[in-house]
Design a binder for this molecule. Sequence first.
Ligand SMILES: Cc1cc2nc3c(=O)[nH]c(=O)nc-3n(C[C@H](O)[C@H](O)[C@H](O)COP(=O)(O)OP(=O)(O)OC[C@H]3O[C@@H](n4cnc5c(N)ncnc54)[C@H](O)[C@@H]3O)c2cc1C
Length: 537
Amino acid sequence: MNIKENIMENFDYVVVGAGSSGSVIANRLSENNKIKICVIEAGGSNQHPYVKMPAGFIKTINDKRFNWCFKTEGSDYVNNREILFPRGKGYGGSSAINGHLYVRGQPDDYNQWAQLGNLGWSYDDVLPYFKKSEYKENGDDATRGKQGPLYVSDIVEKHPLCEEFIRGSSELGIQVQNDYNSGQQEGIFYYQRTIKNGTRFSAYDAFLKPALKRENINIKKNTTVLKIIFKNKKAVGLLCKKNNKTFEIFPNKEIILCAGAIGTPHLLQVSGIGDAKYLKSIGIEPSFEIKNVGEDLQDHYAVRVANRITEPISLNEKARGLNLVLEIIKWFTSKKGLISYSPAHIGAFLKSSPKIDSPDLQFVFTPASYTEGMIGKLQNFPGMTCGVWQSRPQSRGYVRASTNKITDPPIIQPNYLKEKIDQDALVEGVKICRSLLSTSTMKKISVCETLPGDSIKSDEEIFNFIRNKGATVYHAIGSCRMGVDNKAVVSPSLKINGISNIRIADASIMPTMPSGNTNAATLMIAEKASDLIKKDL
Ligand SMILES: Cc1cc2nc3c(=O)[nH]c(=O)nc-3n(C[C@H](O)[C@H](O)[C@H](O)COP(=O)(O)OP(=O)(O)OC[C@H]3O[C@@H](n4cnc5c(N)ncnc54)[C@H](O)[C@@H]3O)c2cc1C
């Protein structure tokens, strides 16, 4: 969609980034027809079939048309590997390339935010915003939304391997969880997804696309914000670039940063907001010191266990040759079949130890298996995969500008596995994956373990496997942390501490990791941010 570019040049609010959070803010603020809004997005409109097809996930994961395709800096904990670190680019941002899973987390995740001093962010406070954003056909009215723009669907095509996996898990005493988004997570379930009629339903589809029909909103795509312009301690405007031409925008009221957990701290740093000493060392003149901009980066780090199976019934066979052609035709004609599937089908929230109060591990099961070291390539024999990550990792990393230019990729150091508690939880997680794949039900269809393989036995060997083979689950948060302590970047009203006329409303503000995938929490943050902004009007 290319409507209304450059026709309205007097704006009250400028939103940086048209991703998950930016799409919500654009929609909610433009509900008031007296407010004029401009959204600036570095990427394009993301109308490619790979974005629309749920299984296109595998194609967009490393494609610079839709993805910044960053890499992490290596660290000893991951054997000095640089890990591919995708971030969405273009309308919908990361929600246009994500794995579609809709997971809110546990009530205590948000109660902890409030306990850290972030008043207004307890579970009771944020539940109305989760409900406001979603449309979920079934589910308890007390916890699920029925009138929001974001369509959340259940899986209808249940693969026989998934059914067996659930049946087998009951041998381990694992209960089926009817709605893991209702406040109780523990158990096994089919994932709920942001997929509508077999097609990706990104934040663009839910929020931005309908908002762009309004007269009071303007979008500038393929436009990069190079710098925020400050006057004294006030953010007054933005320096932008499109097609080799630079221009400035000066909103009447506020700038709202929605550039994500990498883009937002990076933009602040190149604009002179961060650790003054570090900024000077890379040739940036500091405008205002907030040391923690870019610090406290958190992410989920996952590892997979895979088994070869006896019968050719996995998705590996459907994704090859003539079968794949037939599946693509099926999707174009009926929006069903392989191409309409999210990458993960089944999930489970379980405890790494019975001594823990609530689940600390999240599992994903897929009736498919991937070729080692080849992104998105399924194996040429039948297989299945069970992956795991620790829900609330304690390790903290950082995002740092590498030069004084926003166009140079930043240094991303998540410090995966730095804390012992994170290491131990994942070792237990791998053992649980193995148990889930070797129940007597699953043993009947399993030939052997292909990853990590039978030779990996002791805790030390399992940990080495985790260090060498784990990867991001794409849930970067925390790099512009909300809080009331002197290191926090934004206050509970999401205003940047010490600077006026600027807020952050994206995944970067989360103080700690929610126990789940981060899109739902990001949408909730943007819903609440919209209300905070409207209240200040
Ligand atoms: C591959 C992948 C899979 C994922 N899977 C899931 C999943 O299954 N379920 C789930 O809940 N979560 C998932 N996530 C995470 C979730 O999608 C993100 O947490 C969420 O989308 C973050 O939203 P955001 O608004 O903070 O940032 P984004 O959605 O990333 O939006 C930021 C936007 O800002 C733009 N931008 C950045 N810098 C600039 C600049 N200087 N100028 C102009 N524009 C700029 C970017 O191009 C982008 O469009 C996944 C993420 C990825 C990348």
